[in-house]
Design a protein around this ligand. Structure first.
Ligand SMILES: [Zn+2]
Length: 99
């Protein structure tokens, strides 16, 4: 037989453990993102080789010399689109939901 006092403390204990678990979970996710950032920072998303900054039409793009993949920062595609007369970049913007 359990008395009400024991049940009360058991419940508090359980609640504290749940809170602790939730807090740890958040830290874990945050730590995991930091860890991933460290692992993938400046790495090619396709082959994992190092990316190299290259000036291209007044914009600095990240280029993978291993597989040729190109990484553009936010706004760089718009800048390139502005200098492009063929409309290729402009139509590419549509792929990302841009105007
Ligand atoms: Zn690559």
């Amino acid at each position: 037989m359990s008395n009400p006092e024991d049940e009360y403390f058991a419940r508090i204990d359980r609640e504290n453990k749940e809170k602790l678990k939730a807090a740890l979970g958040k830290d874990l996710i945050k730590g995991e993102l930091e860890e991933r950032k460290k692992l993938h920072w400046n790495k090619c998303g396709k082959c994992g080789a190092d990316m190299h900054a290259k000036p291209f039409r007044g914009v600095e793009i990240e280029l993978c010399e291993h597989c040729g993949a190109v990484l553009l920062d936010s706004g760089e595609l718009e800048k390139l689109a502005g200098t492009d007369k063929s409309g290729i970049f402009s139509s590419m913007r549509g792929l990302f939901g841009g105007g």
